[in-house]
Design a binder for this molecule. Sequence first.
Ligand code: ZN
Length: 391
Amino acid sequence: MDQNRLYYQTPYVRTFRCTVASCEESKKGTWLVTLDQTGFYPEGGGQPSDTGTLNGIPVLHVQEKGSQIFHELESPLEPGTQAEGILDWQRRYDNMQQHTGEHILSGLVHKHFGYDNVGFHMGSDEVTVDFNGPLSPDELDCLEDEANQLIYENRRVKVLYPTEEELKEIDYRSKKELSGQVRIVEIPGGDICACCGTHVETTGEVGIIKIRSMIHYKGGVRVSMLCGRRALLDYRQRLKDEAAVSVLLSAKLDLVPEAVEKLKNESQEKGALIGRLYQSLFEQKAARYPESSRPLLVFEEELAPVQLRQLATLLYEQKKGSIVGVLSGNGKKDEYQYALGSSSADMRAFSKAMNRRLHGRGGGSSLMAQGTFQAAREEIETAFREETKND
Ligand SMILES: [Zn+2]
């Protein structure tokens, strides 16, 4: 174990004294400082770097290159001088809780299903773990229960530095072939894994492991989880959100799902009613146009795409034009939504030609095309006239 890595020797150190060994300006204009010893954990093994201050100067990021640990600072420190490092402890402790929690879950998944953790990401708001095999929601519930049981039992997390001979006797999880001194983190009864990260001393400090979601991912699953205070904050926020929804729905908390379902049904009924009203409105509109074998262009006020299609369909089915274009502004200057319909001409080719002239986007089938033109009304009228002159 490197004597100068205080985050390994005493993972709970929050402040430490050190001597500045070197200081160089980076390409970004920040300063890269090495120290004779450090408590700042450098990014690695899925765990983000620590932050904090060195002599009051913000430490933005910490990275290991070769065997050196570089602290990225906003301003320089003189080599040879003494410095005091102060960690952003809340951030580090949170990382330790998430990391130990991840080991507990990954170890149990490995023990019961034989899957490996093939991806671990500790983001600022989400922690995800990828496993190379499927898990069902019920299996995840069981894993979550067992993981939390290990927390209640408050087991001591062990960090081992075995010799090569000793290592051969240990059955441990590892993401890659390791060389040199291997650091093993053991959670008795839960997991044994090669790891370079920092961990809490006892499983009880993880507080809680809560799995939030699971998605299918690359033949396996991606599990989103939270531990410790993050899980508490998430729970707090969810209760606030739930209370807000309950007020908005005027429903008691336990009746929120029923209230949402009722609202959804009402909304669908209203949608169907609006559709019928528009249909009769459009039938009246369509009746105003005579049957014609000439192209027909109609501008309407503020229609949604579905209504544009409804009106265009009615007009070409009732043979009110060889090609029917229905357009509606959408509140932006010189931007129009369109629906182009015809039972004789190919609307895919026609919309392509119109899009080209009118900075348009969209397409559809041979009968109906929909999209947007970025052009003024007069330009659209001219383009429509010229592109339909042979129809
Ligand atoms: Zn680890």
